[in-house]
Design a protein around this ligand. Sequence first.
Ligand code: SDX
Length: 376
Amino acid sequence: MSDAIDIKKGLAGVYADTTKISKVMEETNSLTYRGYPVQELAALCKFEEVAYLIWHGELPMREQLMHFERQEREHRWIGDDLIEVMRKFRKTAHPMDTLRTAVSFLGVQDPETEDNSPKANLEKSIKMMARIPTIVAADYRLRNGKEPIKPDPKLGFAENFFHMCFGEVPAPEVVKCFDVSLTLYAEHSFNASTFTSRVIASTTSDIYSAVVGGIGALKGPLHGGANEAVMHMMLEVDDPKKAEAWLLGNIADKRLVMGFGHRVYKHGDSRVPTMKKAFLEMAKIKNGQKWVEMYEILERTMLAKKNIHPNLDFPTGPAYYLMGFDIPMFTPIFVMSRITGWTAHVMEQNEDNKLIRPLAAYDGSAQRKVLPVAER
Ligand code: SDX
């Protein structure tokens, strides 16, 4: 292969396009959505306002928010047909596979699927935001032998998810912690799953196909699947007193420690302080001291031994566990939020599209003659 070609494996450090949706600033360890710092959005807004901002580029005025909330709430139910299809799913299938298939079903059933106009794509995006929590909650109840609970249009986005999973809404501190996680998970520039969605959109395929691709990419433990892996890791360690020894063993065996490291943030993930604060607040009322201790020891040891900081998946893992969600639901919850970022990027790609098609530097066999099988 020619030495002159500069391969950027994993597209590390490569600027593939511009975006107006979010800005990831490694040098100042910060992140803004449409110019607003995420820590301020998490403190002052609920996820519905952040979703509106990501799609429209401005925070909603009161009237706009009320209209948007009505739109989202009226689209929450997924219909008896999809529930019947979900009853046929293998009970041990991963919830990300269930979710990917169910979203595909939404696309099959939507007569507007092929309409790539901005208006139609925004409507489909709101419908997916409204229906994905219902799919995740129904899947959770069906695989646990329970009947799905219908969405409640009187409840907000975060509250309604708890209602559909557990039949009740928890304390405000728990709902707030969940809502903060949704705001922080919503959007993060050209991460692997968002870029996957943009590649699919760049062929002028439909928005459901782009989202199904994004779900497939997010499932991976190097990406969104890490929040589940973090909790499996913490349960494996189980006793905070064993955490340091466990981690040192992992490091000695050169095994990845899930929930740590990041392709862009090399001095800490800008979202972690906000999520950690929400996790610690909630842990106080959910008897979560053991997981707080575990968190602190693992974070301290990874920093001391590898100088590697936690990413957003590290605090969300134990937070979702304390909220009572089954571990395989953690990455589907990530999807409930990232659907906003993915679809905003699909619509942005459509605005000024160019087919995404990078080059490969060939380093296989030199050219050679084909021989008929009788002569091989
Ligand atoms: C998300 O891109 C985004 O914005 C993603 C995301 C979003 O909001 O969309 O932020 C969400 O996906 C967060 C990341 C979740 N993934 C994990 O927690 C999995 C564990 N993390 C690693 O796999 C890793 O840190 C990556 C994949 C996240 C980033 O890896 P890079 O940029 O490819 O860095 P690298 O693998 O080249 O690591 C550099 C060095 C290596 O050591 P050497 O080979 O140079 O000796 O750091 C080591 C790595 O082995 N390293 C780790 C580590 N992360 C990096 N060692 C142990 N444990 C880790 N977690």
